[in-house]
Ligand binder design. Sequence first.
Ligand code: ATP
Ligand code: MG
Length: 160
Amino acid sequence: MNILSESDKNTQALGQTLAGFLKTGDVVCLIGDLGSGKTALVSGMAQALGLKDSISSPTFTLVNEYDTDPKLLHFDVYRINDPEEILMIGWEEYLDNQGIVVVEWADLIQEILPPAYLEIHVTKGEQTNLRIFHLKGIGERYEAILEELENLSLKKEGSH
Ligand SMILES: Nc1ncnc2c1ncn2[C@@H]1O[C@H](COP(=O)(O)OP(=O)(O)OP(=O)(O)O)[C@@H](O)[C@H]1O
Ligand SMILES: [Mg+2]
């Protein structure tokens, strides 16, 4: 499923919608160039979960934990040299129903990703602010989420 975004706000709104489908233990993998809008998407998710503050990429800390309900565990693995570094800070425990896990630059830790997750590739369009979000469900749960999301956007289009 592809979703176009024409602004930072659009992308945050998409993040908000997505958050509505997610629960503790879910994993979202974000893949896309620098400045493509990964953090903007996570920011929308955090808002939907009740966070009032703004967020930033946990580039040096590797993970930021937001005390939302459910918790949001925001990883950015851009700077790691080896997936082992993520294992060392307790990756497996984080995946074990601690909250919603979202990972920027997830392609860099491909070998330690769980068997099922929502994969989101972000690419830049021709116009400055255009972004294309390519959503793919890996595993039954995430395929089902995407189906629901598709139904939702069909309904929205229909109501215009
Ligand atoms: N449609 C859009 N969606 C999201 N961001 C957009 C959009 N159009 C322009 N932008 C701008 O692009 C930048 C996206 O930055 P953001 O930090 O979200 O990217 P990122 O993918 O997390 O980058 P990094 O890999 O450095 O963490 C922001 O400056 C934002 O204002
Ligand atoms: Mg970022």
